[in-house]
Design a protein around this ligand. Structure first.
Ligand code: AMP
Ligand code: ZN
Length: 468
């Protein structure tokens, strides 16, 4: 199956051609473990989950590496505030992160390297950059990458090199596009770092954030690999700096396809810790929402489109999922006439779905397919024209689609527990209808409703009951 993606580097959609036949190697920038991730962060991880599921769906063996940034400006600052050892502090949020991934049904990556376990690899990479003349030690004893030495600097973020300020240095990990500057590869220790430092050829210090990803990506995926992803805010400076470090050290292309997802928004603003407009997964679970519903919402728009988070969307997710739960229960009980075109019917939906997912992860197109298929199934079951064998095939198709979505859970749907007395009222109502005793049928319906249930007529004098 051919699959194509919008490559941020070229600003156009391209067919995916891996370095190694049949394999897809991808690196995804993971969390900085200084706090609970918010659902904006999870939009990025959800997009990466969708991407790996789509690659698997298209037949690739996926190797995904997601780093854990467990040493940087923020982890050091907050562990010191809490009076905790850096590792003890970050361990809390690493665990929380993995718990959250499970709640959201995000498939695990193959490797989760932590930055603090790879300091020697980072020192080796910085040494190579020093030897090759791309880096220098400044008066503050830190090591900086000299962007003047790499004429291609800015090719991902499309930075106008004319307006760059020569010789300016920046030591913080995060900065804006208008402060393009030589960036820190290795930061010399200062008192704000407390007991966090490693010995290096340049004195004690710690790695910059950008070098972490270059060193770990190279270790697990090779010098040139297929896909690198992150939220759009990672594009500059983080990914631009990764390209500069890796391509200068290795003398070859770093990554073939760059994929970035747009932000999760709240009332028109990016959800972020600094704006304070964020919800953690735990906040939403405490309000009674389920991981599956949050997953549905986060997959509710194409990854390159901004997605506005609302509680209405979460409620809508719950009702859409309930619709599918009911559909699956009904399909499992279908026992109508067999449908002569079942194989063509299935092939048509299958093809439509494949086209959508392989077209730059067009998840809205995939969603349209399952709703159309759901409506068609209900129509056919109403007419009694789906046999048990037909519906088994359709259920298999939904199971296949759920390898992408991960929220349908075809086999988890269970009949709501309906009390025996309600079922008896419904059976009495069927009898009343058979006898054309409409007044009693209406009275029985009202009685069922006032007990908190809804009854719907189904073909062949049968009925469906659900909780109101
Ligand atoms: P951070 O922990 O800030 O490095 O962010 C981890 C990941 O979440 C990065 O890939 C960010 O780009 C992404 N991210 C942060 N905020 C949002 C948001 N509101 N919407 C989507 N992705 C986000
Ligand atoms: Zn990164």
């Amino acid at each position: 199956m051919e699959i194509s993606f919008f490559n941020t580097m070229d600003r156009k959609q391209e067919v995916f051609r891996p370095v190694h036949e049949g394999e897809a190697r991808m690196y995804t920038c993971g969390p900085t473990v200084y706090n609970f991730a918010h659902i904006g962060n999870f939009r990025a991880y959800m997009f990466e989950d969708l991407l790996r599921r789509a690659l698997e769906y298209a037949g690739y063996k996926v190797t995904q590496v997601m780093n854990l940034t467990d040493v940087d400006d923020k982890t050091i600052r907050d562990s010191r505030k809490q009076n905790m050892k850096l590792n003890d502090f970050t361990a809390i949020y690493k665990k929380a992160f993995f718990d959250d991934l499970k709640t959201l049904g995000i498939e695990p990556a193959e490797v989760y390297p932590a930055a603090t376990d790879h300091i020697p690899e980072m020192i080796a990479l910085v040494s190579t950059l020093m030897e090759k003349g791309y880096a220098y030690q400044a008066e503050d004893k830190s090591i900086y990458f000299s962007i003047d030495k790499f004429p291609e600097y800015g090719k991902l973020a499309k930075i106008d090199r004319e307006n760059q300020r020569a010789g300016v240095r920046i030591s913080t990990d995060e900065y804006a596009k208008d402060s393009v500057a030589d960036f820190a590869l290795w930061k010399a220790w200062d008192e704000n770092d407390g007991d966090v430092f490693w010995e290096s050829p340049w004195g004690k210090g710690r790695p910059g954030w950008h070098i972490e990803c270059s060193a770990m990506a190279m270790k697990y995926l090779g010098k040139t690999f297929d896909i690198h992803t992150g939220g759009i805010d990672n594009m500059f400076p983080h990914h631009e700096d990764e390209i500069a470090q890796s391509e200068c050290a290795n003398g070859c292309k770093y990554v073939n396809y760059w994929l970035h997802c747009a932000h999760l928004m709240v009332n028109g603003e990016k959800m972020s810790k600094s704006l304070g407009n964020f919800f953690t997964l735990r906040d939403l679970m405490d309000k009674g929402f389920k991981g599956r519903e949050i997953r549905y919402v986060l997959l509710g728009a194409h990854y390159r489109k901004k997605l506005n988070f609302t509680f209405d969307a979460l409620k809508q997710a719950a009702s859409s999922l309930a619709y599918f739960d009911e559909l699956f229960i009904r399909l499992k009980e279908a026992n109508g006439n067999s449908c002569p075109d079942i194989n063509e019917f299935i092939a048509q939906y299958d093809a439509e779905f494949n086209t959508a997912i392989c077209d730059d992860l067009n998840v809205s197109g995939c969603n349209a397919v399952i709703f159309k298929l759901g409506a068609e199934c209900n129509k056919r079951m109403d007419a009694g024209s789906l046999s048990a064998a037909d519906s088994a095939k359709i259920l298999d198709l939904f199971r296949k689609f759920d390898r992408i979505f991960g929220f349908l859970n075809v086999d988890a749907a269970k009949k709501a527990d309906i009390p025996q007395e309600i079922i008896e009222l419904a059976q009495k109502r069927v009898e009343a209808k058979k006898n054309k005793d409409w007044a009693s049928a209406d009275a029985l319906r009202n009685e069922i409703q006032s007990a908190g249930y809804i009854i719907e007529d189904a073909p062949g004098n049968t009925f469906r009951i659900k909780k109101a």
